[in-house]
Design a binder for this molecule. Structure first.
Ligand code: SF4
Length: 176
């Protein structure tokens, strides 16, 4: 299961239960990855498909049985792997340009770059907007809004709102 641009999707093949069992439910593929220099495309906690649900430290899909109807941006692992939409070390097949989930300290170090790229390129409309805004507010100690991207109905633009918040609210939030 993975999120990615819709226009690369073709009709999904039937589900194979044996293949499904390979998934480790890390949720990486259902997050949107953001370029972070030499580290590649890194997963941003909170920046993920609107149907992704945190489940006891793992992730699950709220619409898995009907995901290709409910979520036209979703891909099968077979479709996503050659495109680099899965985790770089995914059991469905490694990919040198796959998504990378950094340890919290490593993500902290590159978050300035990640945020700059998010603001420059925007985010897809299919994300969980509440989760992203909550995560950004926690990390940056300021509030953010998501606005329509001029001329692109499938993209949203991040906009800072108001002043930096007091330090007491700055603890880093959860992953989703
Ligand atoms: S629809 Fe489900 S499987 Fe597909 S990207 Fe969203 S959370 Fe992942």
């Amino acid at each position: 299961m993975t999120a990615g641009p819709e226009d690369s999707q073709t009709a999904p093949p039937p589900t194979d239960p044996t293949r499904e069992a390979v998934c480790r439910r890390c949720g990486t593929s259902c997050h949107v990855a953001v370029p972070a220099g030499d580290l590649g495309s890194v997963v941003v906690p909170g920046l993920h498909c609107q149907f992704l649900v945190a489940d006891s430290g793992l992730f699950t899909c709220a619409v898995y049985d009907r995901r290709f109807e409910a979520a036209p941006w979703c891909h099968t692992a077979e479709q996503a792997q050659p495109l680099g939409y899965l985790a770089a070390d995914c059991p469905y097949g490694a990919h040198p340009e796959g998504k990378v989930a950094l340890a919290p300290e490593a993500l902290d170090r590159v978050f300035g770059t990640v945020l700059r790229n998010l603001r420059a390129w925007g985010v897809p409309t299919y994300i969980d907007r509440v989760a992203l805004l909550r995560q950004l507010e926690s990390r940056t100690r300021r509030r953010w809004a998501l606005d329509p991207w001029p001329g692109d109905p499938e993209r949203l633009r991040l906009r800072p709102v108001g002043l930096t918040l007091p330090l007491a609210t700055s603890a880093r939030g959860g992953s989703a």
